[in-house]
Design a protein around this ligand. Structure first.
Ligand code: NAD
Length: 256
């Protein structure tokens, strides 16, 4: 299926992991993609692997100047912008809420929530022109208490922001949705060997997610197949939010 023929997407933090998989999926479905990342070499590597449909730009999402330059470059090269994927915004603060400083709170909110708002603001005039849409990558941490206070709060803020943008711009035909991933096998986990194997137990579907699981959900929400869906947070989490089965924990074991 080529749902992105003649469509243009801009993906933040697309140099590796989920963002890279999203960019590859959109390109595989015929789209042109603007690969942005703080690490310009990573962005270049992904873009050169995709080929002519891709443009690489070094962007720090906490810099409004960088964001504006990337949007302008997208328009100059491809002439339009149909989809913004707010993927940047990982966990940058080790959660210790009793001692987290104001500066640390700002760093987490800057890269996760305020950056997404700034990207939306910069992209909006172009999205309005083509009735485009925004998909923001949140986390199951926004939907349950998995332990990281600052990251979870910032991710939950993305959801509320999305709902309010969706309501405000629905009549203009611009949609806003969120994908909330569970644990995904990306380089983010490379410095914690064995963690993903342990986390498998949290997932009723028996595995952690792959970047391609998230890319498939983003490609759906960003496409015309989802043209009547806005303000949604779609968990893509192998059933993690279902919680433990109490019967499995009872001394007599699961009821037959
Ligand atoms: P990753 O750690 O594999 O890659 C992050 C990328 O972001 C890197 O290429 C890095 O250079 C880039 N980056 C860092 N700071 C940046 C900045 N200021 N501006 C632009 N780019 C910047 O990331 P990932 O695991 O693929 O996660 C991507 C998104 O998915 C994040 O928002 C994360 O919170 C979310 N998420 C990830 C998981 C997971 O288990 N991996 C789970 C839930 C949600």
């Amino acid at each position: 299926m080529r749902r992105y023929d003649e469509r243009v997407a801009l993906v933040t933090a697309a140099g590796q992991g989920i963002g890279k998989a999203v960019a590859e999926r959109i390109a595989a479905e015929g789209g042109s993609v603007v690969i942005t990342d703080l690490d310009g070499d990573r962005a270049e590597a992904v873009a050169s692997e995709i080929g002519e449909q891709a443009l690489a730009i070094r962007v720090d999402v906490t810099s409004r100047d960088d964001i504006d330059e990337a949007v302008a470059a997208a328009i100059e090269r491809f002439g339009r912008l149909d989809l913004l994927v707010n993927n940047a915004g990982g966990c940058v603060v080790t959660s210790r809420p009793e001692r987290t400083t104001v500066d640390e709170w700002h760093r987490q909110l800057d890269v996760t929530l305020i950056s997404a708002a700034q990207c939306i603001q910069a992209a909006l005039p172009h999205l309005l022109a083509v009735r485009g849409n925004v998909v923001t990558i949140s986390s199951v941490n926004a939907l349950g208490a998995f332990g990281n206070v600052e990251y979870s709060a910032a991710k939950a803020g993305q959801q509320s922001m999305t709902q309010n943008f969706a309501s405000r711009y629905g009549s203009s035909g611009v949609r806003f949705n969120v994908v909330a991933p569970g644990t995904i096998r990306t380089p983010n986990w490379d410095n914690q060997p064995g963690t993903l194997e342990k986390f498998k137990a949290m997932y009723p579907l028996g595995r952690v997610g792959e970047p391609e699981d998230i890319a498939a959900a983003v490609a759906f929400l960003g496409s015309a197949d989802a043209s009547w869906i806005t303000g949604l947070t779609l968990p893509v989490e192998g059933g993690a939010l279902l919680g433990p089965t109490l019967l499995d924990l009872s001394p007599s074991g699961p009821a037959g």
